[in-house]
Ligand binder design. Structure first.
Ligand code: APR
Length: 318
């Protein structure tokens, strides 16, 4: 089959990190596309030269023309503008919608069989637009949010309980915004769920509630420190785990923004749910039995996502 071709649309902070991880993990060859002239060529050369030292030989190519992403197996989209302090992800809607339409056209023309992972914010609205505008099948277009939000929750749990993050699993569902739903019942330390950890006295309910709250604003916490942009290491790692699950047909169960057609009572809308990712893209949406309280929180998050989708400018030049 030869090497996988991985096209990265957007060669900024996340795009470059995606390329580096692709090399380090030897997932395939990379095309780094950006609208900024020449910049992705410089990054591609720098990245390949790091391969001399690290011992990977991925070919990396900078691109300013969509024809260069031709027949990519995976496309990861970070094209767009990131947040600055004081901005919500939703503030990026109009400007990034315009960019996502261009990206969708490029993918439709040159890589219609790719597995497409969207990272651009506001995530749930942008992945929905990307799928609709490109016309690619919904099982092949997915949004990266849940893996990142769960990674943040996992880190906060590990730090609080003073255990290795390696043994912490967590599940965060819903939209990629302040309404996201972290689920302590489905979050564990080596199989022990968080409500049990509270009963065992490892942390108080109040402390657990604070970790849930911190998770929901975890991206903003980083924006406030960085000032000029948003997080990029953890978002890149998260998307690479999804790309790897597809390329290696791993059937990993990961929370992703997926197109729901009735699951959880959600009709024809992208929102964060647990899915199985394998060689066919999103192979299954996993429906959990939520409590009344969890259902209410999820419904609130879905409503926020729908509002954002409705607010997405309908025409290309708006
Ligand atoms: N087509 C392709 N690339 C574009 C376009 C376009 N129409 N418009 C802008 N870009 C490029 C920019 O030139 C820049 O190199 O997208 C890149 C974005 O990189 P950064 O500004 O460094 O942003 P990054 O931190 O990578 O985040 C990208 O992901 O997490 C989200 O909210 C974040 O929406 C933002 C996106």
């Amino acid at each position: 089959a030869g090497r996988a071709k991985i096209a990265l649309i957007g060669a900024g902070a996340i795009g470059s990190t995606l390329a580096h991880l692709t090399g380090l993990k030897e997932l395939g060859d990379v095309v780094l596309f950006d609208v900024v002239p020449d910049m992705p060529k410089g990054k591609a050369l720098d990245l390949m030269q790091s391969g001399s030292v690290e011992g990977f030989d991925s070919h990396m190519e900078g691109a300013n023309d969509y024809s260069q992403i031709k027949d990519a197996d995976v496309v990861i989209v970070t094209a767009g503008v990131p947040r600055k302090p004081g901005m919500s992800r939703d503030d990026l809607l109009a400007i990034n919608a315009k960019i996502i339409r261009q990206v969708a056209d490029g993918i439709k023309t040159y890589a219609p069989n790719a597995f497409v992972i969207c990272i651009t914010n506001p995530l749930d609205a942008m992945v929905q637009l990307l799928q609709q505008h490109s016309g690619l099948p919904a099982n092949k277009v997915v949004g990266m949010a849940g893996v990142l939000d769960s990674a943040r929750f996992r880190y906060f749990i590990a730090e609080k309980l003073k255990v290795s993050v390696e043994d912490v699993q967590a599940l965060v569902m819903g939209g990629h915004g302040d309404t996201m739903v972290a689920l302590p019942r489905y979050s564990t330390v080596s199989g022990i769920n968080l409500p049990d950890m509270v009963k065992m006295g490892w942390l108080t309910q109040e402390e657990l509630d604070a970790l849930v709250k911190r998770t929901a604003v975890g991206g903003g916490e980083i924006v406030n420190y960085l000032k000029t942009g948003s997080a990029f290491y953890a978002p890149a790692s998260s998307a690479i785990s999804m790309a790897e699950a597809y390329l290696k047909d791993k059937r990993r169960l990961l929370p992703c923004a997926a197109y729901c057609t009735g699951e959880y009572g959600v009709q024809n809308t992208y929102v964060g749910v647990p899915v199985v990712i394998g060689k066919n893209g999103v192979e299954k949406i996993v429906e959990l039995q939520l409590t009344a309280e969890e259902k209410a929180a999820f419904a609130k998050s879905v409503a926020a996502v729908k509002e954002l989708v409705a607010a997405t400018p309908k025409q290309a030049n708006l």
